[in-house]
Design a protein around this ligand. Structure first.
Ligand code: NAP
Length: 311
């Protein structure tokens, strides 16, 4: 590798990661022939006083050929048409359940959807997002047009000695809820360290880590797992205050030690904007050792050690 001083000290130890294999071909169900999945339940994940509403929606895929694994996603096509008269495009959601589903029957898939509104820049009126409002208003017994499953890369490593650094904001936590449930509920353990960094506006919106649903938080007693929250909209001197990249920087010593040891996989999921902030943390750490972060990162991407899913 063409690198600056000391480059090989770090990256020579990294290796191609072997990920879990996906059970079968992806995109079994396509937009022209979606699977109609029944809605089993929709449950609010955000706490009552939260400014945002996020729902955990469990879909029945029993009569389909869908067998997904953690880190894959599915698409949902809202009913109706666009202004052009064409059907709506599918919206992709990470599957938030582990492979056996939330009820352990291997016949359900869970998605995590935030109700979204945008402001019309000209008129100033509030416009509800078509897909998110459709999904958040679903009731048990309804059915939705589903495509997929999708995804071949954002998957867990087979080797459970690998240290995992998981970085999410908002509903980007969905695939990590699937990872954590697979690891601690289905598999039972993970030998490597798992460090989850999660950015949300306030504690009420900490999906799967709040008073309403603690699906991730409950495993923080496990020896190898630690989770850190970053709250962007708390106005006091809360120690959790900040963006996810600030929380990552607070733990830079351990994070960099994990990177330097080479036996790791990083997963980043959420808003496109977070990528730059996260990159800056690693660039700064690399610079301090006269290492070239873009070169290192390119190698990690090639190895499957750097996994990004941001929109
Ligand atoms: P959100 O509530 O708008 O934001 C979550 C947190 O990220 C807030 O604390 C926000 O802070 C902070 N944030 C904003 N800009 C940031 C930046 N540049 N760097 C770091 N943190 C930043 O998030 P959301 O609406 O849930 O959106 C999550 C994203 O994940 C969406 O783009 C979605 O498409 C994507 N995603 C969703 C799924 C899924 O399955 N649903 C899966 C994968 C990815 P402030 O608002 O206070 O500035």
């Amino acid at each position: 590798m063409a690198g600056s001083k000391g480059q090989n000290a770090n990256t020579s130890k990294t290796m191609q990661i072997k990920k879990y294999s996906i059970p079968e071909s992806t995109l079994i169900y396509k937009p022209k022939a979606p699977f109609m999945a029944g809605v089993i339940s929709t449950t609010e994940l955000t706490e009552a006083d939260s400014s945002d509403e996020v729902f955990n929606i469990i879909l029945d895929v029993a009569d389909s050929d869908i067998h997904y694994i953690e880190g894959q996603s599915i698409g949902i096509i809202p009913p109706g048409e666009r202004e052009t008269g064409k059907p709506h495009k599918a919206r992709l959601y990470s599957i938030a359940s582990a492979r056996t589903g939330d009820d352990g029957t291997s016949t359900t898939a869970t998605i995590c959807v935030k109700r979204v509104f945008r402001k019309d820049e000209v008129t100033g009126t509030t416009i509800p997002g078509i897909a998110s409002n459709y999904l958040c208003d679903l009731k048990p017994g309804d059915s939705v047009a589903l495509i997929g499953p999708n995804g071949r890369r954002f998957l867990l490593p087979e080797d459970d000695s690998i240290d995992l650094i998981l970085i999410a904001v908002g509903t980007g936590i969905a695939p990590f809820r699937a990872f954590i449930r697979h690891i601690f509920l289905e598999k039972g353990y993970w030998n490597g360290r798992i460090r989850l960094f999660y950015g949300i506006k306030n504690a009420m919106e900490a999906l799967f880590l709040n008073n309403r649903n603690d699906d991730i938080g409950q495993y923080m007693t496990r020896e190898t797992f630690e989770a850190f929250r970053a709250l962007s909209r708390v106005h006091n001197e809360d120690s959790e205050k900040g963006y996810v990249q600030h929380k990552l920087a607070e733990h830079k010593q351990e994070v960099w030690e994990i990177i330097c040891a080479g036996n790791f996989a990083v997963y980043i999921c959420g808003l496109k904007g977070m990528e730059e902030g996260v990159d800056e943390v690693f660039s700064t750490l690399a610079r301090q050792q006269e290492l070239d972060w873009p070169t290192m990162k390119a190698e990690f991407i090639k190895n499957g050690q750097w996994n990004l899913e941001v929109y």
